[in-house]
Ligand binder design. Structure first.
Ligand SMILES: [Zn+2]
Length: 249
């Protein structure tokens, strides 16, 4: 069960961040939102050992989050709990856990899967109106699914059957975000390609020209991809990854 601890906020830190203009609209997710695994040779992909034992994720919330922000994080944990067998429990003395860090530089990011020890999931808050905030259900769910062990849907090894990448519109230093996963170390859980996964980037994400698509669905060019909430196939994927005995597995 999720427990909410009310903690005083320390709002003494006020800094501007340089990435506030990275996103446009409500249907966008951040590029570069996967933290590199500390051991690059031990990638925590969907088939590896990076799953949380007993489908239970111990967590701590940064005490600098406001009560409202804590409630929003826990509400998104509950969205996952109520649809799957995954549980989020407030950490007592567990060694491996997620520390949800209050960021102030515009970052929203997470490691993929359990990496061992304390691992941060960073959610930045907006301290001024023109700064970026991660406090959108879409982003909190997305980063939490990374922590559970999920990669981006558009990086599935079979994605070329479903989308075309417009490489000309992707900055060179962002192209690594769109590399396909390895067939031998990841699985699709025998589920269809999911254009409306909360783990799928939107059509124009990170484009050099923001009005030109980066990801083009096949065969319907104009179909809007991505999702602001947890989709049906997202739920199925979680249940299959964590072997939930659920009607949705
Ligand atoms: Zn991501």
């Amino acid at each position: 069960m999720i427990a909410l601890r009310v903690i005083a906020r320390n709002d003494a830190v006020k800094r501007r961040h340089p990435l506030g203009k990275t996103l446009r609209g409500s249907h966008q997710l951040l590029l570069n939102d996967i933290k590199p695994h500390p051991d690059a040779n031990t990638r925590s992909g969907v088939l590896s050992e990076g799953h949380w034992p007993n489908a239970t994720v111990p967590y701590e919330l940064d005490p600098d989050f406001t009560l409202e922000q804590q409630v929003m994080i826990l509400a998104n944990f509950y969205t996952i709990e109520s649809n799957t067998c995954v549980k989020f429990v407030e950490r007592s003395n567990e060694t491996d856990y997620v520390f949800v860090l209050r960021g102030v530089t515009g970052e929203c990011n997470s490691y993929v899967g359990k990496i061992g020890g304390a691992q941060t999931l960073t959610l930045s808050v907006n301290l001024t109106e023109d700064e970026w905030s991660c406090f959108k259900n879409q982003i909190i769910l997305h980063e939490t699914l990374h922590a559970l062990g999920f990669e981006h849907e558009q990086n599935r090894y079979d994605r070329d059957d479903y989308i075309t990448l417009n490489w000309d519109n992707i900055p060179c230093d962002s192209r690594w975000n769109f590399e396909k996963e390895d067939f031998n170390s990841t699985t699709t859980f025998d589920l269809p390609y999911d254009y409306v996964s909360v783990m799928h980037y939107s059509n124009n994400v990170g484009g050099i020209d923001p009005d030109v698509p980066v990801l083009i669905p096949k065969p319907n060019y104009g179909f809007q991809i991505g999702n602001e909430g947890l989709g049906v196939l997202d739920v199925l994927r979680i249940n299959r990854m964590y072997n939930c005995s659920s009607p949705y597995s």
